[in-house]
Design a protein around this ligand. Structure first.
Ligand code: ADP
Ligand code: GLC
Length: 481
């Protein structure tokens, strides 16, 4: 099959979160299975054209926009050997610091930027004469493609046999804008009705994708269920439910070429399921990094966007209590995001300087060291469509402590001390007391070295590769064709 991924971020070119990991690893896995895979991204300022060996395609791209045409350049990169990577360059929209915002404040023209990107990718496919079986879009930023395929491009012979798939990575972000953005889409007021694009008197990009895509997916089975209810799907829940016959949940995977303690080049000591001494050394290296006491007391960690979704406020309240009660514990955090959460963590660090380590910003190397060096990894998410770090943690023998939601619930199995099954710890309610008692229970297991060894073994035996996920996507694509 010829499969085209359209996405607003992809590792290593531009990354703010797990969507970038997904947009790199799934195309790679599909290419490995013999498909021709194209990947389209905006050429943000951070995408270094020299480093990624980008060459300009010698033909400017005319993109219908607003009441006329706006020109773009298309760059092709051969940096990822098996995937055809294309960048749409339009500096007015994408030549900026930040993908979606400037220091946390969303760009005021995000609707216009992504309408343009959606339109430009379809024009680029036409211009490059790429006949594609599947266009796979991701999140609200590219959710207008299915709509455009059924409107502006409905009679284009090149898309005659093209089917569209929309993956919802996070229903908490829907792309909601005032009615006048219809103008940038070059669609008439006819589309501003509840059966089409209007949504509580606004335009909702994700809704457009849900209505017009041939198939919808999300990144775990549990989240596919959850988003049909208002607590997770918000106002879109009823529309998602109405379209549930075309909705499927496919759990994300782990790229074991990148996240593998046996040959991870970001960590100072390698280790494996049968040879764990390197893990202990990584723990000491991590303690050193944060100037914590180098001892064998349990070390908990977390790497996260600091937002409401991730339950970071609940984690801080819990740690406040735990660090006061329990002298034998340390905690490290790598994160970026909302300032009020950073301030609260800074307070905690001031109170417990020998037990708490924090690092603000994006740091890939440190992320690997945290996965390798911690004993436990905490993910207290209010909702988590898939989550990747709990699965990365397991690969490094770091035991996940998670709230049972979305992909966390689908990948973490509660440790059972009777039959020694399970790979982590889960709690149900979004509640500080439950998180506290789950951590206390995990610390109790830590003190029983036999049980702890079994648990580490179980976690490291967990496997969910991108090839597993790619096989499920492949079956879906075949079905909708
Ligand atoms: P989400 O996409 O909701 O943020 P995921 O668990 O799917 O959550 O993926 C997060 C990805 O981003 C992981 O690869 C994680 O290691 C990475 N990440 C998040 N914050 C940082 C950071 N501050 N520095 C380095 N990597 C980070
Ligand atoms: C989103 C979700 C996260 C998921 C990622 C990749 O950012 O919050 O749970 O793993 O997308 O699908």
């Amino acid at each position: 099959m010829n499969i085209t991924f359209i996405t607003s971020e992809a590792y290593p070119f531009a990354k703010t979160g797990g969507l970038a990991d997904y947009s790199y690893s799934l195309p790679k896995a599909l290419a490995k299975r013999g498909h021709t895979v194209n990947l389209f991204l905006p050429r943000y300022y951070c995408v270094d054209k020299i480093k990624y060996n980008c060459s300009l395609i010698d033909m400017p791209l005319a993109v219908p926009h607003n009441n006329g045409i706006r020109w773009s350049g298309i760059y092709k990169s051969d940096y990822l050997n098996t995937i055809n990577v294309y960048f749409i360059e339009h500096d007015d929209f994408f030549g900026r610091d930040g993908l979606y915002d400037y220091h946390g404040i969303p760009y005021g023209d995000n609707a216009e930027r992504f309408i343009y990107f959606n339109r430009a990718t379809l024009e680029a496919l036409k211009q490059l004469a790429i006949v594609t079986d599947i266009i796979h879009c991701n999140d609200w930023q590219t959710a207008l493609i299915p709509l455009f395929l059924r409107t502006h491009y409905a009679h284009e012979s090149i898309f005659k046999n093209t089917k569209s798939v929309l993956t919802m990575h996070n229903a908490g972000y829907q792309g909601v804008f005032p009615e006048d953005v219809l103008y940038y889409m070059q669609l008439s007021d006819e589309y501003f009705v509840p059966e089409k694009l209007s949504f509580y008197n606004k335009i909702n990009f994700l809704k457009a994708g849900i209505l017009y895509a041939d198939c919808l997916t999300t990144v775990s089975k549990r989240y596919a269920q959850e988003i049909q209810y208002p607590d997770y799907g918000y106002d879109l829940a009823p529309i998602i439910k109405q379209n549930s016959s075309k909705l499927f949940g496919i759990l994300n995977g782990v790229d074991y070429e990148q996240w593998n303690p046996e040959h991870d080049t970001f960590i100072p000591y390698n280790f494996s399921i049968n040879y764990l001494s390197g893990k202990k050394k990584c723990k000491h290296a991590l303690q050193d990094y944060f100037s914590l006491n180098k001892s064998n007391i349990p070390l908990l960690g977390c790497i996260s966007r600091l937002t409401y979704q991730k339950g970071i406020d609940i984690l801080i309240d819990t740690l406040d209590w735990l660090l006061f009660d329990e002298p034998e514990v340390q905690f490290v955090l790598l994160g970026s995001g909302e300032q009020w959460l950073i301030d609260r963590f800074e307070n905690l660090r001031r109170l417990y300087p020998d037990k708490v380590g924090v690092w603000w910003g994006y740091n890939e190397k440190l992320a690997h060291l945290i996965e390798a060096g911690c004993d436990f990894y905490v993910m207290p998410s209010r909702y988590e469509p898939s989550g990747l770090n709990q699965m990365y943690s397991m690969a490094y023998g770091t035991i996940p402590i998670v709230r049972a939601t979305g992909g966390l619930d689908d990948s973490v199995i509660e440790f059972n001390t009777t039959d020694i099954t399970g790979n982590g710890f889960k709690y149900k309610n979004n509640d500080m007391a439950e998180l506290y008692s789950t951590i206390r229970y995990a610390l109790k297991i830590y003190n029983n070295s036999n049980l702890m060894q079994q648990l580490i073994y179980n976690a490291m035996s967990f496997k969910r590769s991108w090839d597993d996920a790619a096989q499920e996507y492949e079956a879906l694509y075949k079905n909708i064709r």
